[in-house]
Design a binder for this molecule. Structure first.
Ligand code: ADP
Ligand code: MG
Length: 261
């Protein structure tokens, strides 16, 4: 069965100053099925954000193709939505009007958009904050609102770029649990970028490992552990080790190449 996301030989090179080129991604092949929770794991600079931005249609590939629901992607589509690491709320809008923003653009009536937003705000523990403004909320709460805003437009695929990277450990743990509860009930397709091996094993039913630049896929591991997961479990530990080994092997390859050149 083919995936709802089909990526073939995808490469991205950025042209920077003085006609210098940065090869961010090289020949990525990836197929993602409906209802998967795929974690994309890689060190900083391995092209994870670039890959998500390509998948969301925000930037264009240099080579290769991305098909979403069988159609070649040429621009952002309403079937996908993105959550960024930085809280990207609109500071002049209150919380409910931030959550309804995408619906408003799509022309949904005020009554309907408030109903949808109120249901989601309730689900994400944000009841009672409708009239607050982003700066009045903690980082964790702001990120909850950003997730709620993305979910409000009912995308079939949700891309998340290190969404919990800026949060303290306790808030991060809470939000991982909330996201997991949401996905287990809802079974949307989630593609989640992280540089934390533990976070990848905690959340993903599958983990894709990226090499250092240029980013290539160097690992694709199914995580066969029931949810909710326990990081003290022995099997959890062996998945963590396996992924760390894949990442370390990549470092060794880099060193060999450096020595030869
Ligand atoms: P990651 O998210 O894994 O940290 P990125 O996708 O942000 O990696 O970046 C991959 C590489 O591409 C880096 O070397 C980065 O500097 C480069 N890069 C990303 N975006 C641009 C851009 N708009 N222009 C030039 N280089 C970029
Ligand atoms: Mg990034």
């Amino acid at each position: 069965m083919s995936g709802i996301i089909e990526i073939e030989e995808l490469s991205k090179t950025f042209h920077v100053k003085n006609s210098r080129e940065v090869e961010a991604l090289k020949e990525i092949d990836l197929s993602i099925k409906e209802h998967e929770f795929v974690c994309i794991l890689g060190a900083s600079g391995s092209g994870k954000s670039t890959l998500l931005r390509l998948m969301e249609g925000l930037i264009k590939p240099t080579r290769g193709s991305i098909k979403v629901f069988g159609e070649e992607l040429t621009e952002p589509i309403s079937k996908t939505g993105m959550v960024f690491q930085q809280y990207t709320l609109l500071p002049w809008r209150n919380i409910i009007d931030n959550v309804t923003f995408g619906l408003e653009i799509r022309g949904v009536s005020k009554k309907e958009r408030y109903k949808i937003a109120n249901d989601i705000l309730l689900k994400f523990g944000l009841k009672g904050f409708n009239d607050s403004y982003p700066h009045e909320l903690s980082g964790g709460m702001q990120q909850r609102v950003a997730i709620a805003r993305t979910i409000a437009t009912s995308p079939k695929i949700i891309y998340m770029d290190e969404p919990f990277g800026a949060l303290d450990a306790i808030t991060r743990k809470e939000m991982q649990k909330e996201l997991m509860d949401f996905w287990l009930q809802d079974k949307r397709t989630i593609v989640f970028v992280t540089h934390s091996v533990e976070e990848a094993v905690l959340l993903g039913n599958r983990v894709i490992v990226m090499s250092s630049r240029p980013g290539r896929v160097i690992g694709d591991i199914d995580i066969n552990l029931p949810y909710p997961r326990d990081k003290w479990n022995e099997k959890f530990g062996s998945y963590v080790k396996k992924l760390i080994n894949i990442m370390n092997d990549d470092d060794i390859n880099d060193k060999i190449i450096e020595n030869v050149s």
